[in-house]
Write a protein that binds this ligand. Structure first.
Ligand code: SF4
Length: 282
């Protein structure tokens, strides 16, 4: 097991525990697959995480510093001028809490009793309307111009909408238009030379948070239920786990419908004394 994964976390972090929060990434997990969401938040076993994206984090960190200098000077960033966005970074006493991954913008929802949270990258304020503008930083490296057109980027759009909703629940006037500051690492240079250069684009997105209320009600019902929900349809892990379970059961002589493999030259292994994974839950 890697240093990044601890499958047996304290019950405090599960639904009903005093540290449990419904983060925007958990909302996204519920929409992707209610079963994994339930196993994580109700039963306490999380999916193993991916490895940390340190280069992306470095870009986020430097962008934050860059926008913070304009926040302190109450000035527009050149990207805002270039894209005719009439706003400046919003200076608020809680900005560092809002950007903290372990706190974020929080709201206790009266209808479901759940605490919802999300850590934003940045907030700007429209100079004329005084509305807040949610901003998210993204980093990638692709040959084509960055956009929000891929199906999987629905997750980025929902992320923006949850942040807009959270700020509204905290009493702020929030513009439906948010922005993605999108940094695209260039691969068309002669050589690396210890430098990675980026094109930085500003992509507007018009959010619509009307799906959130219904989704919170569904999440609450899911967490209150004793039934394990259905799995999502687009994930390869459950078919993988089910196949592994059948294969191990067949190896232990418990079933005969495991996937048939071509006969290979028999090798002698040390006897496996571990119990078979029954694969019943997944
Ligand atoms: S399909 Fe299975 S592994 Fe994939 S997200 Fe759902 S429960 Fe998790």
């Amino acid at each position: 097991m890697s240093q990044y994964y601890n499958p047996s976390r304290s019950a405090d972090w599960n639904y009903g525990g005093k540290k449990w929060r419904l983060s925007r990434s958990k909302i996204d997990l519920f929409l992707e697959c209610p079963r994994c969401f339930y196993v994580d938040n109700k039963l306490g076993t999380k999916r193993p995480p991916g490895f940390p994206f340190n280069l992306n984090s470095a870009v986020d960190h430097l962008l934050k510093k860059e926008f913070d200098t304009h926040r302190a000077k109450k000035s527009r960033h050149p990207l805002m001028e270039q894209h005719s966005v009439d706003a400046i970074p919003f200076a608020h006493q809680d900005i560092d809490i809002w950007r903290d991954n372990f706190r974020g913008v929080e709201h206790v929802d009266a209808q479901t009793g759940m605490t919802i949270s999300g850590a934003i990258d940045d907030v700007w304020r429209d100079t004329k309307t005084k509305e807040l503008i949610v901003v998210d930083y993204k980093a990638t490296s692709k040959d084509e111009k960055v956009s929000l057109d891929a199906d999987w980027q629905i997750s980025y759009k929902r992320q923006m909408e949850v942040y807009q909703w959270l700020l509204r629940q905290n009493g702020f006037e929030v513009s439906n238009t948010g922005y993605f500051v999108y940094a695209n690492g260039r691969k068309d240079k002669e050589a690396f030379g210890g430098r990675l250069e980026f094109d930085v684009d500003l992509i507007p997105y018009t959010g619509n948070d009307s799906w959130i209320r219904k989704t919170l009600t569904e999440i609450r019902a899911c967490l209150e239920s004793d039934d394990v929900p259905k799995k999502g349809s687009d994930c390869d892990y459950c078919p993988y786990r089910e196949t592994v379970g059948r294969t191990l059961q067949a190896k232990a002589g418990l079933r005969s419908d495991a996937p048939k493999k071509k006969a290979t030259k028999k090798r002698v292994y040390k006897k496996d004394t571990s119990p078979p994974d029954t694969g019943t839950l997944f």
